[in-house]
Write a protein that binds this ligand. Sequence first.
Ligand SMILES: Nc1ncnc2c1ncn2[C@@H]1O[C@H](COP(=O)(O)OP(=O)(O)OP(=O)(O)O)[C@@H](O)[C@H]1O
Ligand SMILES: [Mg+2]
Length: 261
Amino acid sequence: MDNKELILRIKELSISYRSSGSSFWGSKEEIVAVNDVSLTVRRGKTFAIVGESGSGKTSIAMSILGFVKPVSGTVEFNGMNLFSLEADKRRKTMRLIQPVFQDANSALNPRMTVETSLADSIDTPDQLQKREQTNSLLRSVGLSSDHMGKYPHQLSGGQKQRLCIARALAPEPELLILDEPVSAQDLSIQAQILSLLLEIKKAKNITYLLISHDLNVVRILADRVAVMRSGILVEEASCEKFFSDPTHPYSQELLENSGIK
Ligand SMILES: Nc1ncnc2c1ncn2[C@@H]1O[C@H](COP(=O)(O)OP(=O)(O)OP(=O)(O)O)[C@@H](O)[C@H]1O
Ligand SMILES: [Mg+2]
């Protein structure tokens, strides 16, 4: 695979946390959340990470975003090691990687209107251009200018998640990290947000790193799947292979538990 085709390469990533409680001997216990994980994501594709709760999925996302410092390993984005970029280059590069989290309520500032929340993420001093871009972002996620002056509490759950998606799109990212993007929504809203994500991907050719415990969501969005169990990547396969003929017994178990197999 040449470098143009490859957007993200995670190499031998390990992440540990110190537990807040102490063990019997008074020392803090170490939780190994991610253990020597390597994976590569192709540009324009959707790569899903699945696995049970606590398997290390969000920890991987947090280290890509720079919120968690790994014990070892590297994350390369467009061929650059994200952990060794100098500050200015890092700030510019990180604008190209945007997250969308499960909980829109905690992601949005309750004191910011839709307009200020979006305008804040658009990087231009030209106010007219800002307004035009805000309008076009709103339209691209199925909201309208009627929503501009509203505060998060005046929006429905689905509308709040649409706003989070619009805000993530504002810096024109190349990679969206979607961590359980529809888990907080009702089934009918889930379907709407999923089709919005498909639409956006088609229109903008963005790469998605999708984190989900819901294999039905993965089946709709993803091209490849990595299966995590207790911090270890146990299987990686194309969606086609994973859903028709999974190799690892744990993958088979996940598929059975989700009612797919
Ligand atoms: N900030 C933290 N401090 C201490 N331990 C943490 C922290 N964040 C995560 N962990 C622990 O690391 C492990 C992996 O957590 P992580 O959030 O990455 O899992 P996950 O696969 O995203 O789970 P879920 O599906 O429930 O979101 C878990 O044992 C979790 O308790
Ligand atoms: Mg998580």
